[in-house]
Each structure stands twice: as C-alpha cells, then as structure tokens.
Design a protein around this ligand. Structure first.
Ligand code: AP5
Ligand code: ZN
Length: 217
C-alpha cells in the first residue's frame, strides 16, 4: 500500500503519519526527516540541502528523488508506506508514479489535509520536540503535563527546528501553494484523492484518517 499525506507546513502530516504507523503497521517515510538526517550527517546531499531548507525553499528534485528511492528500496517499506512531505512537485509526482509502476504498484490514496494558512503559521512557530524520544509538543496546543519534563520519556532537553520561525514558515507556505498544491488535481485525475478537515483536533483528524486507511487495507 502507498498512501500520501498532502498538506502545507503544520497541517499535521508528521503527527498523523506517526499515528497511522502505530495503528496500521505502515511505515512513515518523511523526506523532511531524511533530509534533516542528511544535514546532520554532513553528507553531500545534506550540505546542498541545508541552506535551501533554512530559507524555507524546496530542495532540488534530484536530491530528494535520490534519497526517496534509496529509502523505498529498503525491505521494511514492503509492509506499506505513508509518504509524509513527498511528492512536493510535479516532477516528483511523475517519478513516484513511474517508480511504483515498475513494480506493478500505484498510489492507493492521496489524502489532502485541508487547513487555514494563518493557523498553520501559529502551529509551526510554536512547536518543539523532546530531544531524547522525539515526542512533539507545542507552546500553546500541547505542553508537557509537567513543565520542562517529557511526558513520554522523562527527558528534560527539548529542541526546535531551525526553519520553525514565523518568517520561514511563510516562505514554506508560499512554496506549498506554488509547487505542491497543484498535485491535488493530479491525484484527483488518478481517482485517488481524499480530503480531510485538518483544522479539527488531532484526535478527530486521526479518526477520519483511520476510516479512510482502514477502508483500503
Ligand atoms: P518537512 O519536514 O516535510 O516540513 P513541512 O512540510 O513544512 O511540514 P511540517 O513538518 O512543518 O508540518 P507537519 O504537516 O508534519 O505538521 P506536524 O504534524 O509537525 O520539510 C521541511 C523542509 O525540507 C522543506 O521546507 C523543504 O526545504 C525540504 N523538503 C522536504 N521534503 C521535500 C521534498 N519532497 N521536496 C523538496 N524539498 C523537501 O504539526 C505541526 C504542529 O501542530 C505540531 O506542534 C503539532 O503538535 C500541532 N498539530 C498537529 N495537528 C494539529 C491539530 N489537528 N490541532 C492542533 N495542533 C496540531
Ligand atoms: Zn521524550
């Protein structure tokens, strides 16, 4: 199974992909996470991606496709995959269709997380994660039960992404509207587009997604 979560920065792609991974045994594949790992490791791809990501632009299709194909070749993704943040351009969408066709597969569902732009800036600008276990938090929407202590692991160090400022979030949103939102029409043509109201609570969105994904498996 191949599912795509489409949506602007802060729409909840990462949050929901992790819940689907737990609930349905699918593998989350986030090109943003893979690129951040490449940046941290200082690989050639990471070095090329670093400044583009910091400015809120899109990393080149060549780099993203190389990273994606590498990850898709690993045996664990055969269980089914949730693509989080990929594809983001028409070139990437066409490459994905070709890659899947080569093994007799196709995109089973592309789910658009529909949201309001201004609310997305607020979600992104307030977010941080536990440096130990990766649990996500938010200054306004999801604080730890005890200030400064992670609910999940008890860790006391937290981190924020370099691109999670209001200013960079606006650039990321622009890139989404210019290059990624047009993919909604591509998946509509393929007959696999679904829409979810992602302004609802995290639990409600998870429930709606669970219904869609449950119907496919
Ligand atoms: P990437 O890592 O993909 O970031 P993004 O698309 O900007 O998405 P985010 O991770 O910011 O948001 P999300 O939708 O996952 O929301 P989340 O669940 O965290 O990409 C980063 C960069 O890498 C790009 O800018 C680009 O440079 C590069 N890149 C990556 N892929 C690429 C590609 N394919 N091609 C080219 N370049 C690429 O939620 C956000 C916050 O809101 C959290 O705090 C969460 O707790 C909260 N929240 C979530 N849902 C709700 C809700 N329903 N109600 C209230 N709060 C909520
Ligand atoms: Zn933790």
């Amino acid at each position: 199974r191949v599912l795509i979560l489409l949506g602007p920065p802060g729409a909840g792609k990462g949050t929901q992909a992790r819940l689907l991974e737990e609930g349905f045994g699918l593998i989350q594949l986030s090109t943003g996470d893979l690129l951040r790992a490449a940046v941290a490791a200082g690989t050639p791809a990471g070095l090329a991606a670093k400044s583009v990501m910091a400015a809120g632009g899109l990393v080149s299709d060549d780099i993203v496709l190389a990273i994606l194909k590498d990850r898709m070749a690993a045996p664990d993704v055969a269980a089914g995959v949730i693509l989080d943040g990929f594809p983001r351009t028409d070139v990437q969408a066409a490459a994905l269709d070709d890659l899947l066709a080569a093994s007799g597969q196709r995109v089973d569902a592309a789910i658009s997380l529909d949201v309001d732009d201004e609310a997305m800036i607020a979600r992104v600008a307030g977010r941080y994660t536990c440096a130990t276990c990766g649990e996500g938090y938010h200054d306004d929407f999801k604080r730890p039960l005890h200030d400064g202590v992670c609910d999940k692991c008890g860790g006391t160090t937290f981190k924020r992404r370099a691109d999670d400022t209001a200013e960079t979030a606006r650039e990321r949103l622009k890139a989404y509207h210019a290059q990624t939102a047009p993919l909604i029409a591509h998946y509509e043509r393929l007959g696999v587009l679904q829409r979810v109201d992602a302004m609802a609570s995290i639990d409600k969105v998870a429930e709606d997604l669970g219904q869609i994904v449950g119907g496919l498996l």
